[in-house]
Design a binder for this molecule. Structure first.
Ligand code: ACM
Length: 682
C-alpha cells in the first residue's frame, strides 16, 4: 500500500487534520497495513516534494545520529545536526555507523548560479537514509527535507520510511528584504537567510538603497554612508560575510540600488546628481518622493559607472538590480536643461527619458560584467534583451514581458508587507492560466518566467518583528515556486505550514519568539496574550490610512506585536467547520476564556499609555466570546434561538470585526462560521 505521485490533496500532516494524536495510532493498530499510508501522509514537508512514496518501518533519530558526507558539505552537515538538536532537544554525540549518507556527483560552483541542478532523491529505511544528488546544492536541498521529516513517535524521534524524488519547478525563488526603510543588522539578514534555506529559497534580493537610507559602505563615495545612512550601513567586510553565509547555503545574493527615483538618501550625500538643486535630507516618511537623478548630465553616468562598478566588484552575482520603479517626473519637468536635453534627443516624454537613463545604466552594468534586473517600469522599447523584469504590478505584465522575449520574475501577489493570509499568496502562480492557454505565447512564457520573489518592504517592520511579517507565510510562496503547479490544496498547506513554522524557528527565524517579548513590554499577564492570539495585524492599507507614520515612530505597539495571521484562530475555524465533540469542547473553552478576559485585562491596559487604545478591542473580544457561547448552545444543546437573534448577532459580529488600534479581531471568523451553521440549521 504505497502512494505514488506528488504530495497533494491528502498529504497533510495528520495532526492538522485529525485533532487527537491517538487517532493515527489507533487506526494503524486496527489496520496495520494502512500504517504505511499514514507514514507517507504524516510527512509535513514544505515545499512539498514532487514525488514521495511511503514504506513500512521507521528510522530512529537519536543521540547516535551521524551524517557521512564529502568534506565539501561539512559545514552543512554540522549545521543540520545542530538544527536536529534544536528541533528535538536531543544531544547528538554521533555513532560509528552513519544514519544518513550523502552522495553527490559534482561540487557546486564557487558561487551559486542561476539554473543549477537542485534535484535530489532521498531514501529513508529503518536501517539508514541515503541522499543522492547531481550537485552539492541538490544535497543541501535534500538535507532540509530530511530534517523536516523528523517527527515524534512512541519510542522517540523518527523518520517514517519514505522514498522522495524532488526538484524545483522554477530556478529563481527569492526573498527581497528592504533594509532602507528600517535598518536590518547583519544578524537579522543571516537568520532570515537560514530560514530561506529551510524552505529551499535560493535568491536573497537585498534592497540596499532607497529614499530613507543608503546601506552599504562605498570606499569611492564615502559620503553615501556618512550622510545617507544615519550610521546604519553594512561595511564591505559585512557584505562579504553575508554573501559567504548565503553561498554556504546555496543562496545567491542580488543587490538592488534603486535609481533614478527613490534616491533621496543618495542625493543627500551627492546633491549635484539630482534634477533640482538641493540640499536634501534623508526622507523620514513613506511614499513616492521627488528627488530624482539627473539623466541629462554626463556627470551622473560617470558617478554611476564608478559606484556601480565598485558594487559590481563587491557582489559576485551575475545579476544586478537597478530598481527603476515609481519615478516621480516633477523635477525633470521643472528643469529647463533636462527638458532641452529631452528635446535634443527626441525623448518625447518622461517615460522616454527614463528609458534613456535605463539604457545608459544597462550599458554601464554590462561593461562591469552584470546582467540588469529592474522593476516593471524599465520594460520599454529598446531595452536590452537579456534584462530581467521583476513584476510587481501584475501577473499579466510578467506574461507580457515574457511574450516580448524578456525573462521575468513575479513579485505581484507576493508582497508580504501587505499582510495578506498565506492562502492568498499560495493562490498566485507565476504563470497565469490565460498565458498558458495562449498557444502562441505559452512557450515563451514557460521559458521566460524564471520564478518569483516574496517581497518584504519595511515601512512597518523593524529588526525586532520583521521575521514575523516574513514567516511562515513566505514558506507558502516557497512552495508555490518549488512544488508542482497542482500542489494547491489550501487546507493541506496550512496543516504543513504550522509544522514548518516550528522548523523555521529552529533554523533561526524569530517569527514566533519575538511576540512574548513585545507583549511583555506592553504589560504582564495572560490577558494580553489571549487578546493577541485572537487578533491579527490589519492589512497594509488600514495601517497606512490610520495615521501618518515616519521612520522615527517606534513600532512598539500591540499592532506590531501581533502576527499577521493567527494560528489559534485558524485552528478554531477548523474546529467550527468540523465540529466533532472535541472541537466543540475546544470552542467552548476558548469562548469562555474570551468572555472572561476583559474583566481581568481592562484594569491593566487602561492605565498604560501604550495599551489604553486596546480597551475597546478587549471589550469586543469578551462580547464575541459570549456570542460564541450562546451560538454553541443553540447549535449543540438543542435550544432554539429567539426570533431575529441570529441576524442581530451577525450584525454585532460584523461590527466587532472592524479594526481597532490598527488590529482586527480574527476571532470573529469561527463565530461567523457557527452563526452561519445555525442559520442553515434553523
Ligand atoms: C515597488 O513596489 N515599487 C517595486
Amino acid at each position: 500500500m504505497s502512494k505514488n505521485g506528488p504530495f497533494r490533496a491528502n498529504s497533510g500532516r495528520l495532526t492538522g487534520v485529525f485533532k487527537k494524536p491517538t487517532f493515527a495510532a489507533n487506526f494503524a493498530a486496527i489496520f496495520p497495513l494502512c500504517a504505511v499510508i499514514l507514514n507517507t501522509l504524516s510527512a509535513g514537508v514544505m515545499p512539498a516534494p514532487w514525488k514521495s512514496v511511503g514504506a513500512a518501518g521507521e528510522l530512529a533519530i537519536d543521540s547516535s545520529f551521524t551524517i557521512a558526507a564529502d568534506s565539501h558539505l561539512q559545514s552543512a552537515a554540522g549545521r543540520i545536526t545542530r538544527r536536529i538538536e534544536k528541533q528535538t532537544g536531543i544531544t547528538i554525540i554521533g555513532g560509528p555507523k552513519p544514519t544518513l549518507i550523502v552522495e553527490f556527483e559534482v561540487s557546486a560552483p564557487a558561487y551559486p548560479t542561476l539554473g543549477e541542478d537542485e534535484s535530489y532523491t532521498l531514501d529513508v529505511t529503518p536501517t539508514g537514509a541515503r541522499l543522492k544528488s547531481k550537485t552539492s546544492t541538490g544535497a543541501l536541498r535534500g538535507l532540509e527535507t530530511f530534517t523536516q521529516l523528523i517527527s515524534q513517535g512512541q519510542n522517540g524521534f523518527k523518520i517514517s520510511a519514505i522514498h522522495i524524488e524532488d526538484r524545483p519547478r522554477f530556478p529563481w525563488r527569492g526573498l527581497m528584504l528592504d533594509v532602507s526603510r528600517h535598518w536590518m543588522p547583519v544578524e537579522v539578514v543571516e537568520r532570515n537567510i537560514n530560514a530561506m534555506a529551510a524552505v529551499k529559497l535560493n535568491v536573497f534580493h537585498w534592497h540596499l538603497s532607497d529614499d530613507q537610507g543608503f546601506r552599504v559602505e562605498s570606499k569611492k563615495f564615502p559620503k553615501l554612508q556618512q550622510f545617507g545612512s544615519d550610521g546604519h550601513f553594512y561595511t564591505q567586510e559585512q557584505i562579504r560575510e553575508v554573501i559567504e553565509f548565503a553561498r554556504d547555503r546555496g543562496i545567491r545574493v542580488v543587490p538592488e540600488f534603486d535609481i533614478p527615483g527613490h534616491t533621496t538618501a543618495m542625493l543627500t550625500a551627492y546633491p549635484e546628481f539630482a534634477s533640482a538643486p538641493g540640499p536634501y535630507a534623508i526622507e523620514r516618511f513613506w511614499g513616492i518622493f521627488q528627488p530624482t537623478m539627473n539623466p541629462a548630465r554626463e556627470e551622473t553616468y560617470a558617478f554611476l559607472d564608478q559606484l556601480l562598478g565598485e558594487m559590481a566588484g563587491l557582489f559576485p552575482d551575475k545579476y544586478f538590480h537597478i530598481g527603476g520603479d515609481e519615478v516621480d517626473p516633477t523635477q525633470w519637468q521643472k528643469n529647463d536643461a533636462i527638458q532641452a536635453f529631452a528635446r535634443k534627443n527626441n525623448l518625447g516624454n518622461d517615460t522616454a527619458l527614463q528609458t534613456y537613463f535605463t539604457q545608459r545604466v544597462q550599458k554601464i552594468l554590462a561593461a562591469h560584467g552584470k546582467t540588469m534586473i529592474g522593476w516593471d517600469e524599465v520594460l520599454e522599447p529598446g531595452l536590452a534583451p537579456d534584462t530581467v523584469i521583476q513584476s510587481w504590478r501584475g501577473q499579466a505584465s510578467l506574461a507580457d514581458a515574457a511574450r516580448k522575449g524578456y525573462r521575468g520574475i513575479l513579485s505581484w501577489g507576493y508582497y508580504l508587507d501587505h499582510l495578506k493570509p498565506a492562502s492568498f499568496h499560495y493562490g498566485v502562480d507565476p504563470i497565469i492560466d490565460g498565458a498558458e492557454a495562449d498557444r502562441a505565447g505559452a512557450k515563451n512564457v514557460d521559458e521566460h518566467v524564471l520564478g518569483g520573489e516574496a517581497c518584504m518592504w519595511d515601512e512597518y517592520a523593524t529588526a525586532e518583528n520583521v521575521d514575523s511579517r516574513i514567516w511562515p507565510r513566505a514558506a507558502a510562496i516557497a512552495e508555490r515556486l518549488w512544488s508542482p503547479r497542482e500542489t494547491k490544496d489550501v487546507a493541506v498547506m496550512y496543516a504543513r505550514l504550522e509544522d514548518v513554522s516550528r522548523i523555521l524557528e529552529a533554523a533561526g527565524s524569530t517569527h514566533r519568539s519575538y511576540e512574548p517579548a513585545m507583549l511583555d513590554r506592553l504589560g504582564r499577564g495572560e490577558g494580553l496574550r489571549i487578546l493577541a492570539d485572537a487578533s491579527e495585524d490589519q492589512e497594509i492599507d488600514g495601517r497606512r490610512n490610520a495615521r501618518k507614520y515616519s521612520s522615527l515612530a517606534p513600532l512598539n505597539r500591540f499592532v506590531d506585536a501581533v502576527p499577521p495571521e493567527s494560528e489559534t484562530v485558524r485552528r478554531l475555524e477548523h474546529a467550527a467547520t468540523v465540529a466533532g465533540p472535541a472541537d466543540i469542547a475546544e470552542l467552548r473553552a476558548r469562548f469562555t476564556e474570551w468572555a472572561q478576559n476583559d474583566s481581568r485585562l481592562e484594569p491593566l491596559i487602561e492605565k498604560n499609555s501604550l495599551t489604553v487604545e486596546l480597551v475597546p478591542l478587549s471589550r469586543s473580544l469578551s462580547a464575541l466570546g459570549s456570542i460564541g457561547l450562546r451560538t454553541l448552545e443553540f447549535l449543540f444543546d438543542g435550544k432554539r434561538p429567539p426570533e431575529g437573534w441570529i441576524q442581530q448577532q451577525v450584525q454585532a459580529v460584523d461590527e466587532i470585526g472592524k479594526p481597532i488600534a490598527e488590529v482586527q479581531l480574527a476571532a470573529v471568523r469561527p463565530v461567523r462560521i457557527l452563526l452561519d451553521r445555525l442559520a442553515v440549521n434553523k
